[in-house]
Design a protein around this ligand. Sequence first.
Ligand code: AMP
Ligand code: GLY
Length: 405
Amino acid sequence: MNVLVIGGGGREHALAWRLRRSPQVKQLFAAPGNPGIAGIGQCIKPASVDPDSYLQIARSVEADLTIVGPEAPLAAGVVDLFRGQRRRIIGPTRQAAQLEASKVFSKQFMLRAGVPTPRAATARTPEEAKKNLDEFGFPVVLKADGLAAGKGVIIAEDKTQALAALASLPVGQIVVEEFLAGEEVSFIVFTDGDKVIPLEATQDHKAIGDGDQGPNTGGMGAYCDGRILSPEQTQSILGEIIHPTLEQMKADGTPYTGFLYAGLMMTSSGPKVLEYNARLGDPETQALMHRLDSDLVAVLLDGHKPQWRPEPSVCVVVAAHDYPREVRTGDRITGIENSGAEVFQAGTRIGPNGLETAGGRVLGVTASGKDLQGAIDNAYAAVEHIHFDGMKYRKDIGRKGLKRW
Ligand code: AMP
Ligand code: GLY
């Protein structure tokens, strides 16, 4: 079959890389794709970011299956449009994607579904949010309502920081939330609306700095080693979080299909949902696809249970100068070919002198190893081969998993 991937980041490169290995995939396309994907498939620039532009591409390449990576096309209704035309597409409808698009909506939804989540209040203005601060103490978590590419959440340590944060958040509703301590786990399932297929748990590293210091980013690295959750924990997450979520979506008349990502905090009183994403995580997908040992198409279309290689995988994100602030672009990238790892490209483009930086998160350097330490060592050995001016990356990706080995 012909398969189209919508998106052009590291997650989409990893999906394309895995799809390329499927015996069922004849031709592989991506819209818009990126220079990394162009090495294994054909990239087509959509005329606009409208769902209609993607439909035109799917038609022109005779796509039998379309997989949506990022949230924006989902929130714009690309799945609704494709289904209306009887085209097979993996993802939630526009209404189902609201779970991610609005923090206020998803919080109200979790309360309705009885899904464990931190205590929170919704404020319409920064003034109102100020009044809520005392109720929650410090640190406190402030969340902008709308999509913000993982950057609309601020953890304020004290009142001064909270007031500065409130002034910096985009206009709109604000969720003021109780701060929870613990370890975060990315729990992602695939569902066709009936059957639920859990993927292996992964851990992202959201903060820019080692030891989880500094502002949050879209994610600075991830690993997948089969040890993050026990079978009992997985069962309780499915029973207390995933199934109630999918049931409530059905009851609300917006049944969920596609990848559902629960961002969990593992607290002393059990897992709690910090957020839903209506899609696969980035960079979680890079680690997941690297470790997946099954035909991805058979998992998505035939409900095959995914098999995972025993070797853990680690993805280290290499970001541009000044990320997560406004970044510089146009720095020449060298050393990918001989790095010895799978290098999933994200913010890259072809410039006059070859491959160069074009965004915040530039590369996802992904490797496996005989154990987690081995995978970490292999990923960082590969990073050493890569160079561009201003490159920055965390040095501790995967380290929090070592205690389980
Ligand atoms: P979210 O987009 O809601 O997942 O928030 C982004 C990140 O902020 C999360 O991955 C956590 O690292 C952090 N975070 C969000 N909510 C909380 C919370 N209630 N307590 C502690 N950390 C949080
Ligand atoms: N890595 C977190 C996310 O994809 O939202």
